[in-house]
Design a protein around this ligand. Sequence first.
Ligand code: ARG
Ligand code: ZN
Length: 873
Amino acid sequence: APILLKDYQPTPYLIEKVDLDFRLNPTHTTVRSKLTVRRREGAAATAAIELDGDDLKLDGVCVDDIPLAEEEYTATPDRLMIPAPAAERFELTIDTSLDPSKNTQLMGLYVSSGTFCTQCEAEGFRRITYFYDRPDVLAPYTTRMTANKKAYPVLLGNGNLVESGDVTGTDEHYAVWHDPHPKPSYLFALVAGNLAHISTDYTTSSGSPVKLNIYVEHGNETRADWAMDSLVRSMRWDEQVFGREYDLDVFNVVAISDFNMGAMENKGLNIFNDKYILADPDTASDADYAGIESVVAHEYFHNWTGNRITCRDWFQLCLKEGLTVFRDQEFSADERSRPVKRIADVQRLKAAQFPEDGGPLAHPVRPEQYKEINNFYTATIYEKGAELVRMIKTLLGERGFRKGMDLYFERHDGEAATIEDFIKSFEDATGTDLRHFMLWYSQAGTPTVTAEATYDAQAQTLTLTLSQETRPTPNQPQKKPLVIPIRFGLVAANGKDVGYSKVEGATVNADVLLLNEAQQTVVFHGISEKPVPSLLREFSAPVNLRSNLSLDDQLFLMGRDSDPFNRWQAAQTVATRLLISRSRGENLPQEASFIDALGEIAADTCLDTAFRALALQLPSEADLAREIGENVDPDAIGRAHEDLRAAIGQRLYGYLRDLYVELAPKDSRFDPGASAAGVRALRNRLLGYLAASGEAEGHGLVKAHFDSANNMTDRLSALVLLDHLNLPGKTEALAAFEARHKTDHLAMDKWFTVQATCPAPGTLARVKELTNHPAFSWTNPNRVRSVVGAFCAGNQRQFNAPDGSGYDYLAETTLQIDGKNPQLAARILNSFRSWRSLEAGRQEKAKAALKSILDSGQELSTDTKDIAERCLQ
Ligand code: ARG
Ligand code: ZN
């Protein structure tokens, strides 16, 4: 049965203090947990204490140091219950034993490349010891670890180190860590291993010294420098922008190679997928550098939004995740280019969240039920959750937003809070009524906003007829109108926004119009020339916008809008229309003007180079499938895409080539910063069109680009073109890349992904071969994602092959992985989320593959079963 938000009940007992003692051994670790337990005020004296477990082996249980008799408790691998604890306050001692070496789920305590590490969010702590493994039970923790000194010289825990030393007469040593900040169990962590580290001394704005350490495998020290740099900048930024300081003597970060997710914000001891720590020019692309910066920031920012203030229950997950994503997005926007960051974030939202919201896995930003919480670490909770915070800021303005945040921190520090608490802080701090806004948290689905503009020259009015509609989603057949902030401008022929004397039909604050009904007619008066409305500037709300603007109007905005986001959006809108028409066999007459407009942007040195690179990027095949929405034929889309790229390459060939040559780096020094990365991005985009042109010279340039690359970004861009366009030199380049990087797993992941995403037939066979490559491993999530995940989520044409072979492969692979790592299996299975929008033949094959998972006879994890069932619903 699902768990329901409305069933929330506090526990009858509180945990005042947690004392843990680990004796670490890869195959036999023992854990002694001493809990100071107190009955909650108002709870019945007869209330049982009922603790969560998962796959646990109990070795003994004592109350106030006296072992309980068998009839005084019940214990199963997933529950420990003491029906009637005698006292109001007592000490409960629980002994369990574990085999971390056999923990392939990567939840709880496990071993990764010989290092002990933990992952407890969401429900992993119960795989270590019996506990109230839920986010609203907060306590200070003390962790003692004992381990072999030679094999595990580094022993790390939450909080500050209070004691360490050798265990006399043995080859063991120990460490004791104390975390004074009350926290829920999901923030517990420990690490023990033979690791190297880099350190920096940081002083907070109020003068407290903090030691920052990043731990990596020996030999990888210099590859952690960028992560350290990112950490220091994040800490400073949070002080300056949110007034938040760090609160312990030490902040430790550890890079681990087997990790289900990106990273984890454990108090004072962040644990990372090594992909988000390790970087050097030879093995990391610019996207990797940007990813490291944002994930390091994200986990650090959780210290206040997640740790100091945590969630009452997992339904409130977006309270910490949406807010923290918003914070890391703002950080990157300040560190880099704000418009470029906004475009990248919207691309990601549309690519990951819109399909989720439009398919069988749709759920509200605050769900009301779940069967498996791990399946709710989704783009909706994270990315759409961040958009809701951004809209609050748009509604309240910069100052109002900051006041609300300050009040939230002041009121709820040390607590487990709810979305209501969060919203109330903004209401109380600014005197704004946000009741209507709350609907964004409970109503799933992406609204479509339709806008029609008519200009009346006689009356000098511009009338905008706006309407909104949200299609039904699972369990929500009927939708209500939301409050949608639409940032806008009315653009005159000279590119400037025109003013107006008055507006009727909607509340307009500065450049933000509020749409809060199903339909509204908004009239702007005093407009003397016909403007082109630029709507949803900066993507001010997570909606689909449909307007009656002509292609010529869109081309005008693409060239002239003062909002860079909408310039980019207009280019996307035009390209989308051209591509969809092409996929239906028609060529629109505006294509030539569009291509020329791209050429102008390419060469416009007043624009940020990274922006130019983005504006030159066509919507992806997946974007087009989403826009088409039903009866999708991925092959027709793929052909249209190839053809338009070729047309661009041919029409602008000489021009783009000259620009490509002009942008060549002047010296060989590598700079990972945003502006140097922007030049590489633009140059590689140009190269893509030169390659697509079919010109032999262009093909030669690609091979030369590959051969002369002195960094991963350039090498990888060229490799993708060589492989995906099957250009001369492809085989040699793949071999050269493999030879160069064969011992580096993260670089080899890129080599895998390039091949798994090749749109040509035969790729599935290649994918199967790649899983036999010595660098591949079925137990490492990064490897699986780089081959299987990349193929299923990143190869529209071949995953959706009309014979259903891609679907069958995903079904088989899911079953194969599910027995070992359910989270990973359920995650890759998400690639079925849009199956209903395909044409009938593919739908049938996809449905059969999904059914085959449920009918396989294999016992399924709750994770995989939940996704398969919801996809089929
Ligand atoms: N809180 C982590 C982050 O976003 C994600 C951890 C998710 N882990 C999981 N097993 N579902 O930073
Ligand atoms: Zn997070």
